[in-house]
Design a protein around this ligand. Structure first.
Ligand code: ATP
Ligand code: MG
Length: 357
């Protein structure tokens, strides 16, 4: 047995509660198969009902409670009818990202077998890349303010913040990832023809970082044409690195190009491992289907596979992804994929496929 990994489990809101048990079932099946020791601790906060009772999303000592874990396995947060999104998000997930310095948001974009592709004429293998989003600074800042309020001159300013440390560490992560991939290709998202100070700086740092990775071929596109290329020719991409705002857009567009949101996973990584990293599905709490037992658990399960990979268990990750592919092809399927199965039927099928190998 390897060292015991301690995992904090936060199911959160809506379908987070429904897909989390299936994520855990699959991760436990992989742990049993590959002889891993995992210890799960469940936390019943960071959801909107907690906010309605306590006036905050999390207890004051949340940082101390979570900081010693090896990873956080997270379902979903947000229930706009109960609590505005900016309160629920800033009160939980965005705090984790910032205070645990999870500066990489990583999303695989892969057309999986058995998944109908919304783009014409694409087959499995054509879409297989990663979006690497800067997760802690850039355009998402709280620096700025309002002037001349209520007058005709009313003006609102909001600053973007790009630090050398912040830019270089995300670029380094992206170049390292590209270096490990067969194509060894990196694309940088920019907009230096319009955003005249921060984006030229970003470009300059890409050029500088590229010198340390001579095997990696890199190019850059303005964000407007880049979004068009995602849709028209996704096969040209391997690793795409972007600032917080551009990465936010690309990391939603990418999975949408590769099929249903119900299967798309993500990781918020602290590659330095000073604090826990967080693994969550791309989708949200989906109030419209909550309580019906029909949420697709595959995004949660795939996020669990990314978690095991980050904890050093690459073979377990690969086995989980293989099991997901098998179930995507053979079924059972949830309604978002045209099937009639419920959440736990799909979860059980994936766990069994992992166990059988
Ligand atoms: P957020 O703002 O947190 O991203 P959202 O409300 O904008 O959340 P989602 O909760 O991801 O978006 O839901 C978007 C749509 O996708 C909804 O119609 C929802 O039912 C559907 N959906 C999301 N996740 C799943 C899933 N796991 N299985 C099936 N359908 C899903
Ligand atoms: Mg939303």
């Amino acid at each position: 047995m390897s060292k015991t990994h301690r995992i904090a489990v936060i199911a959160g809101d809506g379908i987070g509660q429904e897909v989390m048990p299936e994520g855990l079932r699959a991760v436990e099946a992989a742990a049993a198969k590959f002889g891993m020791a995992l210890e799960f601790t469940h936390f019943d906060w960071a959801h909107c009902d907690y906010y309605l009772q306590h006036g905050k999303m999390m207890p004051d000592d949340w940082f101390a409670q979570l900081k010693g874990f090896d990873a956080i396995f997270f379902g979903a947060v947000g229930w706009p009818d109960k609590v505005p999104d900016h309160i629920s998000l800033w009160g939980s997930l965005l705090k984790f990202r910032r205070d645990f310095d999870q500066y990489v948001n990583l999303r695989p974009v892969r057309l999986m077998p058995g998944v109908p592709c919304p783009l014409a004429n694409k087959k499995v293998g054509d879409i297989d890349f990663y979006v690497v989003r800067e997760n802690t600074e850039g355009e998402y800042s709280a620096v700025g303010g309002k002037m001349y309020e209520g007058t005709e001159r009313e003006t609102v300013l909001q600053e973007s913040i790009f630090t050398r440390k912040g830019v270089d560490r995300i670029l380094k992560y992206a170049f390292e990832l590209a270096q490990k991939r067969p194509k060894k290709h990196l694309t940088s998202a920019t907009k230096s023809n319009g955003i005249a100070i921060s984006m030229p700086y970003w470009d300059e740092r890409v050029k500088e970082m590229g010198k340390a990775y001579p095997e990696v071929k890199w190019d850059q596109y303005h964000i407007d044409i880049l979004t068009a290329r995602f849709v028209l020719s996704p096969e040209r991409f391997d690793v795409v690195v972007a600032s917080n705002l551009f990465g936010d857009i690309l990391s939603d567009l990418g999975p949408a190009c590769a099929g249903t949101i119900g299967i798309a996973p993500s990781a918020n990584l602290n590659p330095d491992r000073t604090f826990p990293s967080l693994f969550e599905p791309v989708h949200g709490s989906a109030p419209d289907i909550h309580g019906k037992g029909i949420a697709n658990p595959i995004a949660m399960i795939w996020s669990g596979a990314m978690m095991l990979d980050f904890l050093g268990h690459t073979a377990a990750h690969d086995a989980m992804v293989k099991a997901i592919e098998k179930v995507l092809v053979e079924g059972p399927r949830t309604p978002d994929m045209g099937g009639g199965a419920n959440t736990s039927e799909v979860g059980k099928a994936v766990a069994e496929a992992i166990a059988r190998g």
